[in-house]
Design a protein around this ligand. Structure first.
Ligand SMILES: [Zn+2]
Length: 351
């Protein structure tokens, strides 16, 4: 039985790595899930208890200039496009302010970990670290390859490449070699505006790919064969008009698929919205969608042993949802309603 100094949450628990629902309680001590039980307890919180989200691909650096006109992808975020002009023009303190607000928004909308593609070299990395100070979020920063040097700032988790189309392959090979020597990971945007950059991306043997909405069946076969995880960002794909990824096919091939909200300038970093779109437009499978937005993202970020699902001994990165809110009242299935209908205002508490 739980001890009195522990935090107790009772209700419907979305439990384990297969996200089954059980009625009972969880107890938390020192930030760790100590116990999951089926008895009735006198709890501190009550509701639907589920793991928090992992946003496996985001650019928080462009948070200071949201919702630009609808433009083709290359005009928006390509080299010399609107984003790079705005980044250059915007004062440092405003960029940091934008990042900080996005991080606060992520925490408030249920996310506990994120992987950021970071522009601006060492300075860009410093800005994000400054913006994140004191916030209880796990971050993984992926720095861009630089033209004058191939080394990535040591604070980075690794290298984040925009597209193999944007750089000479030789430069990328050197940057990837640097990253590997430093024990860093490599992630690449691929198959976003077309599928012509996927083969080069695979040649660089990345740890994961982002997008693949334009991937052909053959491309996906190659990605699956190489056992490379993929992060999809469907709302971003809608804004840029590049088409949606074949998530069903990716999963059928056994690819580990995570989810990201991509550029904050194009979409809020709210994972509830990403889940709804995924479940309604791409994959009528609530459990799989929820797993993609939690445990799969944690796997891709290398933190699935400590978080990403509710299991005894894992960190209590959980949230409590009010199943009796006006929005969720009458639900026939807690997991389905979290995936398809819940929103940040339904959150009672985050841990
Ligand atoms: Zn991106």
């Amino acid at each position: 039985m739980p001890r009195s100094s522990e935090i107790l949450i009772s209700g419907t628990i979305i439990y384990g790595d297969d996200f089954q629902t059980l009625e009972g309680y969880i107890s938390i001590r020192d930030g760790i899930i100590k116990e999951v039980g089926r008895e009735k307890v006198d709890a501190d919180f009550e509701g639907i208890v589920c793991p928090r989200f992992v946003n496996a691909h985001v650019h928080v650096g462009d948070s200071a200039f949201k919702d630009p006109p609808f433009l083709p992808l290359s005009d928006l975020v390509g080299p010399g496009g609107l984003k790079s002009c705005l980044l250059e023009k915007t004062p440092r303190d405003l960029l940091i302010e934008g990042m900080r607000r996005s991080l606060l928004d992520m925490a408030a909308t249920g996310t506990f970990a994120f992987a950021d593609f970071r522009e601006g070299g060492e300075q860009g990395v410093k800005m994000l670290l400054e913006a994140q100070q004191g916030l209880p979020l796990i971050s993984r920063i992926l720095g861009r390859p630089q033209y004058n040097e191939t080394e990535i700032p040591k604070e980075c988790w690794g290298l984040g490449i925009s597209s193999t189309r944007d750089h000479e392959l030789e430069l990328l090979k050197r940057a990837v070699a640097w990253a590997r020597r430093a024990g860093q990971v490599v992630a690449i945007h691929a198959g976003e505006a077309g599928n012509d950059d996927i083969a080069d991306a695979l040649r660089l043997e990345p740890d994961f790919l982002v997008h693949l909405n334009c991937a052909s069946q053959e491309d996906l076969n190659s990605v699956a064969k190489a056992k490379i995880p993929v992060v999809v960002c469907p709302r971003s794909n809608l804004v840029t008009g590049v088409g949606l990824p074949d998530v069903l096919r990716m999963l059928d091939l056994g690819i580990t698929v995570g989810v990201g909200t991509d550029n904050v300038m194009l979409n809020s970093p709210n994972m509830f919205e990403e889940m709804q779109l995924l479940a309604k437009a791409l994959l009528h499978d609530d459990r799989q969608v929820f797993k993609m937005c939690t445990l799969n993202g944690a796997k891709i970020m290398g933190i699935d042993q400590r978080a990403g699902s509710i299991c005894e001994g894992k960190e209590a990165r959980v949230m409590v949802i009010n199943g009796r809110s006006n929005n969720l009242w009458g639900s026939q299935g807690p997991l389905a309603s979290i995936v398809r209908r819940a929103r940040p205002s339904d959150i009672v508490a985050v841990f």
